[in-house]
Design a protein around this ligand. Structure first.
Ligand SMILES: C[S@@+](CC[C@H](N)C(=O)[O-])C[C@H]1O[C@@H](n2cnc3c(N)ncnc32)[C@H](O)[C@@H]1O
Length: 213
């Protein structure tokens, strides 16, 4: 489902060079943050992981390093340039990407041990966020985990001028709603429990993990 005010789907040149552009925009801080986020997930080598809005496959390649032969990663994305890069980057036996819109019901039920969602959920309306969280809940096995690597909760109006300016330029209106909304409550309202937040760059970027109760 293409949403006109969301900027979460990136196309063309930006999609082709997404990883590089992100590194530049964050003064090369992003790879370190991502590695710390994946380390903070405490991945079990047998996990079946669904990476939704998987992008170029950079995240999947890092998670792959934590898995053994029995583990598995499936990515979902809808953007052809992203999907092509994922297919080139993550050529492992137990890793693949499928074309799937995450606002539509997922084809796997009670299957995954973990769903990873990195810098995707902030780009959806509250209504679609709820739909996506419901889809994630249904695709997880009992006791399975959701790990959200994304913006944390912070008060936009209290941030320094340069932070407000960058955020305004880079982000869509849904991201402003997302940083304002209580993420623990958002997850609990969708049936998740044991919410745990790791601050990776203060409250700006966090890894939030919760369990299917
Ligand atoms: C900002 S990028 C983040 C990519 C990756 N998760 C990362 O952290 O590098 C958002 C990704 O979500 C994908 N996406 C956006 N809307 C989607 C949807 N409705 N269903 C599946 N993927 C979607 C985009 O194509 C893009 O690859």
């Amino acid at each position: 489902m293409e949403d006109k005010i969301s900027r979460v789907t990136i196309h063309g040149f930006m999609a082709k060079h997404y990883d590089f552009i992100l590194n530049i925009l964050t003064f090369w801080k992003y790879p370190g943050l991502l590695n710390r986020a994946v380390a903070g997930m405490n991945i079990n080598k047998r996990e079946k992981i669904l990476d939704i809005g998987a992008g170029t496959g950079r995240n999947a390649c890092i998670m792959y390093n934590y898995l053994g032969e029995e583990g598995e990663i499936i990515g979902f994305d809808i953007e052809p340039v992203m999907i092509e890069q994922f297919r080139k980057k993550c050529r492992f036996n137990n890793t693949k990407i499928e074309i799937h819109d995450i606002t539509e019901s997922f084809p796997y039920k009670n299957y995954f041990d973990r769903v990873f969602i990195s810098f995707v959920i902030h780009g959806f309306s509250r209504k679609n966020r709820k739909i996506i969280l419901n889809n994630i809940y249904n695709t997880l096995d009992m006791g399975g985990k959701i790990s959200i690597f994304d913006y944390g909760n912070f008060n936009f109006s209290k941030q320094p001028f340069f932070v407000r300016t960058i955020f305004k330029i880079a982000e869509c209106p849904y991201a402003f709603e997302y940083i304002d909304d209580d993420h623990k409550k958002m997850l609990e309202d969708s049936g998740f429990a044991n919410v745990n937040v790791i601050k990776l760059a203060g409250n700006y970027v966090t890894l939030t993990t919760a369990e299917k109760a």
